[in-house]
Design a protein around this ligand. Sequence first.
Ligand code: SF4
Ligand code: SF3
Length: 546
Amino acid sequence: MFCYQCQETIRNQGCTVRGFCGKPEVTANLQDLLIYLCKGIAVYAERRDEVDRKAGRFVCEALFVTITNVGWDDEAIIGKIEAALEVREGLRAAAGAADMGGLPDCAVWEPRGREDILAKAAADEVRINASPSDDIRSLRSLIVFGLKGICAYADHAAVLGYERDDIYRFVFTALAATTRDLPEEDLAALVMKAGETAVTAMALLDQAHNETYGHPEITAVPIGVRTNPGILISGHDLRDMEDLLRQTEGTGVDVYTHGEMLPAHYYPAFKKYGHLAGNYGSSWWHQNEDFETFNGPVILTTNCLIPVKKENTYLGRLFTTGNVGYPGAVHIPDRPAGGMKDFGAVIALAKRCPPPREIETGRIVGGFAHHQVEALMDKVVEAVRSGAVRRFIVMAGCDGRHKSRSYFTEVARNLPGDTVILTAGCAKYRYNKLPLGDIGGIPRVLDAGQCNDSYSLALIALKLKERLGLEDLGALPVSFDIAWYEQKAVAVLLALLALGFKGIRLGPTLPGFLSPAVAGILVERFDLKPIGDVQGDIKAMINRTT
Ligand code: SF4
Ligand code: SF3
C-alpha cells in the first residue's frame, strides 16, 4: 500500500504497511483500485457532449468512499469496484465504434473474478505514486485529493437534489488528465481549476442546505444530557439528520449530535424538534471514549469514523449509512426514491439502552454562517471602524490527533481580546469551549458550521471588504490560520486560493504529498506558509504582516 493523503501520514511521507489511521493494506489497495476505475470511467465520460449525471454521481460517491475515515468495509468497496466496472462498460458501449485512440489500462482492464480484483488492487500500477517524477506525482495527488473533497461536497448536495453538470464535467476532465503524460504547467492549471470547482461545489451545498433547512441562526447548544435514552448522530449528512428526527419524534428517544453534526442545531428546520437534545462529546478522534459513554446507538453518516478498539463495547450499537462502512457495524440502506432511510432498528435499540452518561455541562454557541453575519454586518463594521475589533483570524478546518495541534488551542487562548476567531469544521473543538468572552456582544469565536461552511467565511470576508470599501483582499483585517487533516480540507484550501486569499498559514504540517517544487509554487504564488510558534504567529497576524 501507499497512502499519503492525510495530515497524519507516517513521518509526513506515507503509510506503506498499515495506515496511522488504522487502514489495513487490503482496504487501502482496494480504495486505490476504485479510484483507478473511476479514472477509466472519466476517460469515456469526458468525451461525451452531454454530461452523464449518473456516472458523475457514481464517481463522486466512489471517491467519497476513499476519503480518510470513510470506507473501512472491504466487501462494500469490492461492491463499488464491481459497480464501477458496470458504469465504465455502459459508457464504453455507448461510445461504440468511435475512435478512442490509445486507451489507458484503467479504461480497458477487465477482471475475471474476485481473485483478479484482489491481485490488481495489490499491483503497483494502481497506486497514486506510480508517476514518472516527484513533481508530477505531487500535482496529480493534489488534483485527486482536491477532487475527493469536491466529490464529497457534490455528493452531499446531490443527496438533497442539487447537482451541477459543470462540477461533474470537471471531475471527469481532471481524473482523465491524471492518466496522461501532461506537462507540469497543465497539471498546475488543473489544480487552480480544482479550486474554482471547489468553490462551486461548496456554494451548491450551501444553497442546498439553506433552501432545504433554512439559514443557520445563532444558537446556544446544550452539551449536557437528559434522562431519556438517546441516539448519537455524527458526520456531515443533514438529510440523514432530517430522516432521523422525523422518525424519532414522539418515541421518547432523544437525538444528540457528535463532531461535524453539531451545526445541525443552527438550522431552523431542526431547531423545531424538541427531542434534538444537544451535542455530545468532541471531535471525531475522541469517539472511542465518547461513543463508549454515550450508552446508546451511534450513526455515522460520513467521515470521520475511526476503528473500534478491542476494549470498546459499542460496535454492537454502531450503525453506518451512505458512503461509510465498517465491518461488524449494521449498514442502513439508502432511501427509496422520494422516501426516507429506515432508522427503525436504531430506534428500537435505543429504547433498550440506558441514557447517555453526562461528561460535561453547559452550552456552546454557534450559527454564524453568512446570512446571520450579514444581518449583523452593521455592528461588525462599526466594531472594526471603532477599533473594538482589531482583526479576524480564520481558524477553520479539521481537528486531529497529533499533539502539535495544541498550537491551535494556544493561538485561540493567547490572541489579544480585540480579535475574533472565525471558524468552521471540526477544528473548532480545539477552542470552542474556552471562556474567550465577547466584544460588545460579538462572541470571540464565531462558528459558521461544518468544514463546507468555510465557504460562508469566505463570503463574510468578501462582504466585509465591500462594506469597508477596500480595494483588495490583502487590505482586509483578516488572517488565515487553517488546520487540515483530510481531503475535504484540501478542497477548502484550493477554494480559498482560487478566491484570491493569500498568506494562509496551514498546519500542523504542510501536506506530505507536496514535493518541494510544488510547495515552492504555492509559497511563491500564494504566500502559503506552515504554522510557526504560537507567539510569533500571533504577532505576525495582528501586526498585519500576514
Ligand atoms: Fe495514512 Fe492518512 Fe492514508 Fe490513513 S488516510 S493510510 S493515516 S495517509
Ligand atoms: Fe473533521 Fe473528519 Fe475534516 Fe468536516 S470530521 S472537518 S476531519
